[in-house]
Design a protein around this ligand. Sequence first.
Ligand SMILES: C[S@@+](CC[C@H](N)C(=O)[O-])C[C@H]1O[C@@H](n2cnc3c(N)ncnc32)[C@H](O)[C@@H]1O
Length: 364
Amino acid sequence: MELALYCPDCGYYDREKDSLGRRGDYYTSVSVGSLFGELLGWQFAEWLEPGRAAGRKIRIVEAGAHDGKLAGDLLAWLRQYRPALFEPLQYWIVEPSRRRRDWQRQNLAPFGDQVRWVAKLDELAPAASAAPRPQDSARGWEVIFSNELLDALPVHRLGWDAQKRAWFEWGVALEAERFVWTRMADKAPAPGAPTAEELLAFSCLGLPLDNDLRERLPDGFSLEVCPDAAAWWRAAANALAGGKLVTFDYGLTADELIRPERPAGTLRAYHRHQASHEVLAQPGEQDITAHVNFTAMQKAGESAGLQTEGLLTQAQFLTRIAAQTWAAENRFGAWTAARIRQFHTLTHPEYLGRSFRVLVQSRG
Ligand SMILES: C[S@@+](CC[C@H](N)C(=O)[O-])C[C@H]1O[C@@H](n2cnc3c(N)ncnc32)[C@H](O)[C@@H]1O
């Protein structure tokens, strides 16, 4: 999955410039129009304003920014409707793909050096001024966020062998020039690699995987586990000086993921708006995603000292923001017919409203 998506020569994310939106492989909240970025602009401004008023350094950090459209929508809205906040604001993008950083630089050129880039989270300078003693006013105040990043990180795929009552890991082999799934059941994992049971324990953090549930799982039940996503979230939590850590992703809680009635797991490929289970086909030419385990993310953030403020559907999250703007159009802009159409797509349960969830955690 890592090679198929991120290989610099043939990975999907390094090849396909127009993979999102009407012409591409799938819709996202960003390809629907500028409203998503504008609503986030309103919410982020509400969160950042107390920091600005207290004289702290304020910034927004976006991880995995595709072509920079979301950053552009957000910044354009802030420039027009929150100029006092926009002026001192820094916008940092964490983006490992050099090609993507180049597209983003082109698209965000109008914002000059207000936008900065790093390739990795640990290259982010702390959001703090170089004060001799880290007093409150010297510590930064920020929003670190991502949209559809965690569901595009590589996963392990586990299967349940009902006869042996044991979990095994699926691997990928080459057979007659094609990739095929192969059971790694009886092979010892490579030195240092986690076993299927260890991966499972990781995925079910805090979940009683009792005998009754094991009894009811059908043979071949599949479950994806993504230690990379939890490691990313913990690192982002540790990087957060003060403020909010937020993600928008396809995802479920651990107990929703491990339900007998969801036997095939959530690993999917997307090509030209068709979802399929053929994730090994056409490597580099289709997107591959798996649902985020929000319970694992929540625990990862809490273990780094964050407080969980909420896990909402995208519809709930955006409707709360929109409700504030309806009473204050002069501070948001008019709700035109185009915006109302976009709002329906972003929040309707059959489009993007229910399958996307929003996790908000905070420090301070
Ligand atoms: C599905 S796209 C995200 C879509 C985009 N956020 C939007 O709203 O249109 C995934 C993005 O994450 C980037 N990415 C992959 N691994 C990453 C990591 N470890 N940290 C930050 N970005 C990453 C990819 O290069 C790509 O830009």
